[in-house]
Ligand binder design. Structure first.
Ligand SMILES: [Zn+2]
Length: 140
């Protein structure tokens, strides 16, 4: 998946680093990151109907999520997707953490450097299990 990459600067330690960014019109698409390897992954709801079904079923069956607002629910969905995925990935909510000081507070991604190729988030382990089993085991 080709995704635009931008130069940003950390507001805390001033290190410059590259981050991938989806366009603001990318409905249903999200980026995930593994901070140990600094690898990024791409996720699209439309290509992962099975995962969407699992996450929706989990949200609907767990009363602790009942009273959350829609923004919070979106974040919970992404965290659940990360749990279901292969590898140690976490959703990127706004800022990517700096590789030096590990704080996520950087400049706006308005300085494009080029395109980067990002692999899709995979769910090999989840896909081997039944949906009921997956929902029962899933927690934040
Ligand atoms: Zn920094």
């Amino acid at each position: 998946m080709k995704i635009a990459e931008f130069n940003v600067r950390c507001y805390v330690c001033w290190k410059q680093f590259l981050i991938p960014c989806l366009s603001e019109f990318s409905y249903g698409e999200f980026l995930f990151v593994n901070y140990k390897t600094r690898k990024f992954r791409y996720f699209n709801y439309f290509e992962n109907e099975n995962i969407e079904k699992i996450v929706t079923a989990k949200l609907n069956s767990d009363s602790t999520f009942e009273n959350e607002n829609n923004y919070k629910k979106r974040d919970i969905r992404l965290k659940l997707i990360a749990k279901l995925s292969d590898g140690e990935f976490e959703p990127i909510f706004s800022n990517v953490k700096c590789p030096r000081c590990k704080i996520g507070f950087h400049s706006m991604p308005n300085n494009r450097s080029g395109m980067t190729n990002i692999e899709k988030l995979t769910f090999k382990i989840t896909n081997k299990k039944s949906m009921v089993e997956t929902i029962n085991e899933l927690s934040l």
